[in-house]
Ligand binder design. Sequence first.
Ligand code: NAD
Length: 486
Amino acid sequence: MALREATRTCSDMSKLSKRGAFFESVSRYFDEALPHTGVEPGLAAQVRACNAVYRLRFPVRDDDGKVMVVEAFRAEHSFHRFPTKGGIRFSRSVALNETVALAALMTYKCAIVGVPFGGAKGGVRINPSTASEGLRERVIRRYTAELIRKNFIGPDIDVPAPDYGTGEKEMGWIADTYKDLCMNKADVYACVTGKPLGMQGIPGRASATGRGVYFGLRTVLEVAEDMRALGLAPGMGGKRVIVQGLGNVGFHAARLMQEEGGAVVVGIAEREGGIHHPDGLDVEAVWRHRRETGSILHFPGAENVEDGARLLEYPCDILVPAALENQITAANAERIQARIVGEGANGPVDFEAEEILRRRGIFVVPDIFLNAGGVTVSYFEWLKNKAGVSFDRMMSRHEELLKEELIGKVEELVGRRLEAEQRLRLIRGPGEEELVRAALEQTMVLAFQKIRRIWKEEKLPSLRTAAFVLGIRRVGESYRHHGIFP
Ligand code: NAD
């Protein structure tokens, strides 16, 4: 039933779908960066090539008992490192070249944040907003079984994660299917990340991409020199933010920018339209309102914006498109009023729009850096599943004893004992979630410093070019060790 299309190169993928614009954009970003990398043509061709694609169609029974045929893909972009890693998307418009482009972004993203994986991506053509839970479960279990049959999933092979239209539940069903069919492996749960906590997930994964967006933008906003050039005061406090997409990435990014960063979220755009309030919207309250009423519209006190896409053009300091690709194109780039565009989604600004925004002095913080928080925390989850033990458990007792001794000595020296609660907090140290959060923060800060340095020192046209340069160089470097390239 499954049709396999394993291929050594995907350079002609753009012909296979109407949704070629996104694939085209990623290719052009690559081409723009390549001359600055110092990577020679043969090696560059390998860095660019998508290494394997699995295209499949399988039957699933719909809720009414009728059989439907579902089309799906899995692209493994780069075998310079194993496993490959990348989300699975549920969407009506999933296409082969879109999946390949997303897998390529994963390769460079992993390299930028120092996650030792190749990039991958999966796509399943179903509508996530109308499919029942039962249908979603049947589809994802069958998709997993098909991936197992062709060796396109496994803790050391290819490790999926959530993406647009999927979440914890789908990842749990993947883990469960894999466990049933490959039960003789101790590390079965490392076959997928973004799982529920009860299935060896990791605390903080659900919000990791949004939190990474928040940490990334906060770091960008702290650079006084760059902010001066944009006519902005440094820091996130008081900045007006508009977010597109109140899903996993957009919701957590907006919530954290508001709660922890002190930003004012003045607009939220969703599929059904947008809402705007110049004094700010309570993001959590909007989320609850949508859950209760099925829509963000008619949120008390806010102005409804019938066409959500129009909200992207409203005045603000930071615009965070966190829904889908190709949202800012040559058609609307001239009307964007934000000073900073932070790409929460993959590919929301296309190549032509980027040039327009650059000319207009609007600073774009690219997806391959800004939304890398998800794969960073997925890496921590994978490590934990491979080791079969959580981070705090591995370290805690030994560290507690050392800290107890140290605190005791300090107390003796100063002649005063700490309060019991304070003492306990210092001795216990951070829990798993705090460890994950701190490591994510450090990852985002260091990655930004690295790409900013390349951008400035090598006088590159944009932060995106610098990010691609770093990603391509690191992947190229890794291929050199394979011995094929000099
Ligand atoms: P999601 O399904 O949780 O949320 C997407 C939201 O966007 C939904 O609420 C949907 O209704 C909304 N939306 C769809 N079309 C829209 C439109 N035209 N205008 C406004 N809103 C619209 O998906 P997600 O996981 O948040 O992913 C969003 C983007 O972030 C995707 O590009 C994805 O590839 C990228 N991303 C996700 C992760 C992750 O960990 N989930 C990691 C990295 C990148």
